[in-house]
Write a protein that binds this ligand. Structure first.
Ligand code: PHE
Ligand code: CO
Length: 317
């Protein structure tokens, strides 16, 4: 998530410079914002990808696909193939044509992180922004900013799920409203703990549905198997009060039971929720990343004793 500074960017329109983000970093975000239009979208210059970049995508895809069994939710695994052949960076237009027939979403190319109002506007119109550049080879295991691999592999498969697809559009509409209410930071936390780092409880055990987990080489297995992190039942107001870390594995994950539950819990008007959360935070403060809170319900079915039920070594589990 990101916020725009500067007069020209304040109405959410591209001013040719990279947006400023909430997180701290040494470098400004990468990406050439001068070639993006007002709405931050640009052309995916597919012919400009080098063979080395296609090869990097192929290797990332292969490494990550091998980690999915037993870790990724079913809807993700089922839809992954619809991104097309894993050997080359997909053409966004080709994926969009398949996706549009399925749930009405299309992908749009962007130079990198975009300001949140521009982001919300795209989601509300069922347009998902995908960064058009891929990481460097030395960032194979870890990259701070979202790149093409994270955005495409991590986020796009679940846009083929009808309920999740509707949730993402509703999030965009909710974001535009949150911007009017000055509540973007609260809503960004909900995004972080669901769309990026969410877990779902299934009959076969915990599975990841968050894109930050699904595109991560190391955290995908950790989030499902490690006894270390806190796992709490999903609760929007609790998430909104919770800070998060962008530079390490998450110390807390929130667990949903279904995409329907996620959609339904976020359907009510959030204006009173934001007000209540602000009031609680004024009294009791924010919840530090990784800290517990009164009322937390530990999320099943995970416990170290039952983690064996996840069948760590069974091939194809
Ligand atoms: N219902 C929320 C509101 O009224 C919007 C929302 C929908 C937020 C879905 C997140 C996800 O603001
Ligand atoms: Co993401």
């Amino acid at each position: 998530m990101s916020i725009a500074l500067g007069a020209a960017a304040r109405d959410g329109k591209n001013a040719g410079v990279a947006p400023v983000t909430y997180g701290e970093g040494e470098r400004p975000p990468r990406g050439d914002y001068s070639r993006a239009r007002d709405d931050y979208c640009c052309e995916q210059d597919w012919a400009a990808y080098t063979e080395a970049e296609h090869d990097l995508y192929r290797r990332l895809h292969a490494r990550q696909s091998a980690l999915l069994p037993g870790h990724a939710c079913d809807a993700f695994v089922r839809a992954l193939g619809r991104l097309g052949a894993p050997e080359r960076i997909p053409r966004f237009d080709a994926v969009s044509d398949t996706l549009e027939r399925s749930t009405g979403w299309r992908l749009v190319a962007v130079p990198g992180l975009i300001p949140e109002e521009a982001f919300f506007r795209l989601l509300a119109a069922r347009r998902f922004p995908v960064t058009d550049w891929i990481r460097r080879p030395d960032e194979f295991d870890y990259i701070v900013e979202p790149d093409l691999f994270h955005d495409l592999f991590g986020h796009v498969p679940l846009l083929f799920d009808p309920v999740f697809a509707d949730f993402m559009q509703a999030y965009g509409e909710g974001g535009l409203k949150a911007a009017r209410l000055g509540a973007c930071e609260l809503l960004a936390r909900l995004y972080w703990y669901t769309v990026e780092f969410g877990l779902i409880a299934t009959p076969s055990g915990l599975r990841a549905y968050g894109a930050g987990l699904l595109s991560s080489g190391a955290e995908l297995s950790y989030c499902v198997r490690s006894p270390q992190p806190r796992r709490v039942e999903f609760e929007p107001a609790r998430m909104m009060r919770s800070r998060y870390r962008i530079d390490s594995f998450q110390p807390t994950y929130f667990v949903i039971r279904s995409f329907e539950q996620l959609f339904d819990a976020c359907a009510p008007d959030f204006a009173p929720v934001y007000a209540a959360v602000r009031e609680t935070m004024a009294r009791e403060g924010e919840i530090e990343a990784g800290a517990g809170a009164p009322g937390d319900r530990a999320a099943g079915p995970f416990s170290p004793a039952t983690s064996a039920a996840v069948r760590p070594t069974a091939p194809g589990a």
